[in-house]
Write a protein that binds this ligand. Structure first.
Ligand code: NDP
Length: 244
């Protein structure tokens, strides 16, 4: 999607791989200054080579104190993409405190923390802003062993609405994107088995999984002024799955 983000500074979490990595590349190509936040330094080193001039921040977003230290003074940010997440699969009866806490800390608590840092800065500068939270179609439907993950994404739906309500008066829009399966490293880890994949594919009217580019386009649209009257929404990128 051809959009111009020149003069704006964007922060993308989970920037090392998959959707986050391609979002950084698209924002960089569209003229934004980009802060790329992720957990594995080697990913950030290779991304910095592909996108000269980006700022790389290596931190575990599941660690509140480390995140505060790494991003507390990140400075002016106009566009935020909360993308980092983990999938820790367990059936309901085997969910542990560790996987539950880790899932919510990375997938949801870090969204609160990073958005607070960024939104406070926007409000202090008196500038408008746009925040996009990367959710999932499993915010609306669930699958075996995905209870904790889908709960984090379902909670993200309400967090997005509540943030939109409180930040709207400051001209900060907050929206979510809800993709179906995308064959990133995360997608491949869980959906490479053709039998498992077929169960989902059979219910997608468009008959295919999403490409990373489909998700990035939705993110860029919601970040941009082209969606200037849209806030608190959850944009499906699921080929019609939720309609069936
Ligand atoms: P990937 O696992 O391919 O990439 C996720 C990135 O986030 C990695 O760079 C990873 O770093 C980083 N990350 C994970 N945990 C942390 C952490 N604690 N601190 C900092 N960085 C972290 O995922 P996708 O690109 O597939 O997913 C991106 C988003 O899209 C997620 O929110 C996911 O839930 C959502 N989504 C994905 C779908 C899919 O099928 N792929 C479908 C629907 C939604 P590292 O590898 O070093 O841990």
């Amino acid at each position: 999607m051809q959009l111009n983000f020149s003069g704006l500074r964007a922060l993308v979490t989970g920037a090392g791989k998959g959707i986050g990595r391609d979002t950084v590349k698209a924002l960089h190509a569209s003229g934004a200054s980009v802060v790329a936040v992720s957990r594995t330094d080697a990913d950030l080193v290779s991304l910095s080579k592909e996108c000269p001039g980006i700022e790389a921040v290596c931190v575990d977003l599941g660690n509140w104190e480390a995140t505060e230290q790494a991003l507390g003074r990140v400075g002016a940010v106009d566009l935020l993409v909360n993308n980092a997440a983990v999938v820790l699969m367990q059936p309901f009866l085997e969910i542990t405190k560790e996987t539950f806490d880790r899932s919510f800390n990375v997938n949801l608590r870090s969204v609160v923390q990073v958005s607070q840092i960024v939104a406070r800065g926007m409000i202090a500068r008196g500038v408008p802003g746009s925040i996009v939270n990367i959710s999932s179609m499993v915010a609306h439907v669930t699958y075996p062993n995905l209870i904790t993950y889908s709960s984090t994404k379902s909670a993200m739906t309400m967090l997005t609405k509540a943030m939109a309500m409180e930040l709207g008066p400051h001209k900060i829009r907050v929206n979510a994107v809800n993709p179906t399966v995308v064959m990133t490293p995360m997608g491949k880890a869980y959906w490479s088995d053709p039998h498992k994949a077929k169960v989902i594919l059979d219910r997608i009217p468009l008959g295919r999984f999403a490409e990373v580019e489909n998700v990035v386009d939705a993110i860029l649209f919601l970040l941009s002024d082209r969606s200037g009257m849209t806030t608190g929404s959850a944009l499906p990128v699921e080929g019609g799955f939720l309609a069936t």
